[in-house]
Every structure is written in C-alpha cells, then in structure tokens.
Design a protein around this ligand. Structure first.
Ligand SMILES: [Fe+2]
Ligand SMILES: [Fe+2]
Length: 358
C-alpha cells in the first residue's frame, strides 16, 4: 500500500507570501534554450498543420473561462490539517510549473519574432494561456492566505539549459501528461462530487484543453523536424525522456499520496492511468513508446520512489556530509538500476501504427 507522508507546514518569505519549496531534481524546472538555433528551425515540412494549430490558439476558446465565480467567494478556513497542507503543496507545484511554461514561451516569442513569426505567434498565444493558468492557481493559494511571489521566482530560480530538441521532447510530454492529470482528476470528481472540496477542480475540463492544444503544437513542431524522430539517436532520446517523465511522475504522486487520498483518488491507480494514457498519446508524436504492460514496468517505477524516500530520509538526518554520501550510494545505484532495466525493455514501434492512431 502507498505510504501517506505528512506535508510540512508552508514556510513564509514574508507575511502572506510563501517561500518557494527547495529546488530538487523533482521540483518543476525553469528552462532556457539556444534561442538562435530555435530561430533557425525550418518548419516548412509541417507548416499546414502548425498553421492550423496557431489558428486554434488564436480562437482563444477559454478567454471567458478563468473567472473566479461566486463559488470561490467564501471562507476556506474549514479546510484544515493535512488536507489543507497537501492542497497548498499541490497548488504551489502546479502554479510553479504553469509559470515556468509562461516564462519559456514568452521568451521564445520575444526572441523569434523577427526571424520565425509563425513560431513566435504560437509561443505568444501559449504564454497567454499559461499566464492565466498560473494566475488562477495563485489566486486559489490566496484563498488559503498565501501566494507565490512570481517575480521573485523569475529572478531567483535556477534556469536549466536544454537544447531545442530536449525542449521539444520534454515540453511535449509535460503538456500531454498535464492534460491527462487534469482530465482524469476532473472526471473522477464529476463522478464523486462529495470529494470536490474546492471549486478549482471544476475548471479543469476546459483548462486541460489548453494543455492538449499546446501538446498538439509541440507534436506538429516535432514532426516538422525529421531528425527528432527518424533516426536511431532520436529513438534512444525518446525512450530516455519518456522514462524520466514517468519516474518523476511516480515519485511526485506517491510523495503526495495524502493529497490524492483527500480527493478520493487511489494514488497507484491514478499514477498508472496517467502514465498509460500519456504513453499511448505519445505514439502520435514519437517513433516509439514504452511497454507499460511489461510485468515489471510499474513495479520498477515504484522502486524508484521507495529508494528516493530513502535518500530523503538520509538527507534529513543530522549525519556528516561524508557519511550521508556513502549511505546514499546504494539507493542512488538502485534507482539507476531500475531505470536502466525499464530503459532496456523492448519498446513499441509507434511508426508501424501511425496510420491507425493519427
Ligand atoms: Fe497550463
Ligand atoms: Fe500548457
């Protein structure tokens, strides 16, 4: 059974402003890239599809969606204890990753304006959506007397450099996994309204269509670059990114088991469903996907979580750095071993099924 971990009390930066959680490999990242290389991307091989998606983004179907209606205007002090702490943690993590998307898309649209106007417009429209998402989540945090200082985050977070190819793979996957996370939560709460303790979840149906469109844009961009899917190197990278996204997802879902339980979601079932759906969706963009039906697939992902917990416990202990390092070696080796074993499972060729899945 999934272990339920207590969420720590939020730390404050100043009154009402929450200090961002400590950055780790698993907290949502802020990205930067090689803008000059991005500018030079030749999208002519798939321009029609890209233009059709830009047209969809222009239509701005959700322009009236992100409104805090009357349902929000009440006191939320009734939500207390672990439910409150883990919900705030969920809001913060979601807000940070939405905001990270906003910053990257905004910078891309600014830098590409002159030389690649189609991509620049798409990034500008997606930045618009992410700003709405992050803003809405931050207002929800304010209902719990906290908010994130987004300009502080902009200046103080570490930016990870990813070359354009990695940006396209990872942002594609994060948009699609984001879509599945939101829609599955929404469908579950529609069926089980007794768990809907806060109206934010009701917004997820249209919200996740934004993420779906962003994912479709990245899919079209990826398919416009044959080097990103038509050779052996691309096949190795795709396996790696699918695996790392699924390991990260498993660890973060299991770490926050108490949040999922508070809305009546079984963390293990939810994790598996999100991963299976995202993997199947990825067959539309990637040359291959992972074999989630392999008998050891989810067991090994969960072993990564178990070992990550051991690392967290060692880090928390008051031993010297030297001792901590040696205590951590077996857990780190175990995570690498389990990831390697999943990586080596024969993947499923998505190109063979392309005609039927498109
Ligand atoms: Fe978003
Ligand atoms: Fe998005």
């Amino acid at each position: 059974m999934v272990k339920s971990l207590e969420t720590p009390e939020p730390q404050m930066l100043k009154p009402g402003i929450k200090a961002p959680v400590q950055e780790t490999l698993l907290t949502p990242r802020f990205y930067t890239t090689d803008f000059a290389a991005m500018e030079k991307l030749d999208i002519s091989a798939n321009e029609t599809e890209l233009l059709a998606i830009v047209e969809e983004l222009r239509a701005d179907y959700n322009r009236h969606h992100f409104v805090r209606d009357d349902e929000f205007k009440q006191c939320w002090d009734g939500i207390q204890g672990e439910t409150r702490r883990s919900f705030i943690d969920f809001l913060e993590r979601s807000c940070t990753s939405e905001f990270s998307g906003f910053l990257l898309f905004k910078e891309l649209s600014r830098r590409l304006k002159e030389k690649n106007p189609i991509l620049a417009e798409a990034f500008q429209l997606m930045a618009r959506d992410e700003a709405r998402h992050a803003g809405f989540l931050n207002k929800s945090m304010a209902d719990f007397n906290l908010s994130l200082d987004l300009s502080y985050l902009t200046k103080n977070r570490t930016y990870t450099f990813f070359p354009p190819e990695w940006i396209i793979y990872t942002v594609y996957l994060s948009e699609k996994i984001g879509y599945w996370r939101y829609i599955l939560m929404y469908r579950h709460l529609q069926k089980n309204p007794q768990y809907q303790f806060y109206p934010l979840f009701r917004k997820f149906e249209s919200w996740c269509q934004d993420e779906n469109r962003h994912g479709d844009f990245f899919k079209a961009l990826l398919r416009s670059q044959p080097k990103l899917w038509q050779n052996w190197k691309a096949r190795l990278w795709v396996r790696f990114f699918l695996l790392t996204v699924f390991v990260t997802h498993t660890i973060t879902v299991f770490e926050r088991a108490s949040f999922y339980q508070s809305i009546g979601i079984h963390p293990r079932k939810y994790n598996q469903q999100v991963i299976r759906e995202t993997n199947n969706t990825a067959a539309r963009a990637f040359p291959l996907i992972l074999d989630t039906n392999h008998p050891e697939f989810f067991w090994r992902l969960e072993q990564c979580f178990e070992n990550n917990q051991k690392l967290a416990e060692i880090n928390k202990s008051d031993r010297s750095k030297f001792v901590k390092f040696w205590l951590k070696v077996p857990a780190i080796a175990a995570i690498i071993w389990h990831m390697l074993r999943i990586y080596l499972v024969k993947p499923i060729n998505a190109e063979l099924t392309r005609e039927t899945v498109l």
